[in-house]
Design a protein around this ligand. Sequence first.
Ligand SMILES: [Cu+2]
Length: 408
Amino acid sequence: MSRRSTGLRIFGVIVFAIVVTLFAALIYAAFQNDGKPLDTFVPKGPSSQEIQNLVLPVFAVAGVVFVGVMGAVLFITWKFRTTSEDDPEEFPEQIHGRTGLEIGWTILPALILAGVAVGTVATIINLNKKEPDAIQVQVAGQQWWWQYKYDLNGDGNFDGPEDITTATEMVVPAGRPIQVTTTSNDVIHSFWIPGLNGKKDAVPGIRSPLKLEADEPGVYRGQCTEYCGLSHANMRMLVRAVEPGEYDTWVTNQLKGHAADPTDAKALAGKTTFKALCAQCHVIKGVNDEKMKTATVPLTAGVAPDLTHLMTRGTFAGSILNLYDPVDPNDPSVTLPASDVAAAGDPGAALTGGTVDTSRVNRVSLEAWLRNPNAIKPNYAQGGRGMPNLGLTEAQIDELVAYLETLN
Ligand SMILES: [Cu+2]
């Protein structure tokens, strides 16, 4: 054998080894969960567990097929290669068909696919089974945040006086099924909480069902997965699962409004500014919602998050910013362990209407948002969607934050 072909052969073996190692590393990395919030391989509820139960066996079968086919290709390539003894003029012997083999490799894949189909259809049916005692929540995608409406009395209407409208975070009791209906107010979005279920598109004019249930209290993050414009990447979602008793207190508090004026003078000035500059877009129950019911023309565009209970949330602006905790896990310079990522943005007692711990409020981000939302989250430039820069003075911002801090 010539020196050149030996060199080539060594080169080939090295490239092959590198490819195999990288591939193995990729698969290994895919199964690592260092508390990454969007890991699809760490189910935290019955629906996601159901999907996992299907995906892992199918992945294993696909892996065996992959190794078998690739192994056969490599083996045959090696076994029937040309060697220096071969006559270059000689044409290889031609074989036409091997009936046994051909029947075999037609039937075997058909059987494997039939098996996968049975599992897939069964999983789809299970995922769509209706739970009679499920809590009904309508999730509407908006550029670039999520609105949640709870039909608490189950009458099919989400806007009754006994119902709740909130935004940005979906609060649910752990261990209880939630029947979600996704829809959209503008373009197509996609609702996805990988810990709890697969994706479901949110399409204008269409209502699509999705079942969620969290086994344990905790924070489950998600990301809009249908490109929806300028700030698509900044459109996150968050499910906050709490103990059932805590959920009931949360509901009771969400039903309340904020009719009474704040006692603090600064916050009162903020309320006046809110009514003048913000109330055409945002609703605060008790402040500008009553007027709306009697008005003959819509007084808000209906395209801004309800702020009635802003401080009961841990995050804002499509869950990209923390409302609490000066340390923000979304800041790339901050590295936090998994448990802290979940805890960050925790509203504490304010979640259920308790006192807002103003020392923990992330004023830096909240003020920056009011100063110029576009600097944090590109929006408004595109067809007037999102929150505009209102050119507020520092004094106005200070007063507005003081007012917003009263919205528990
Ligand atoms: Cu979106």
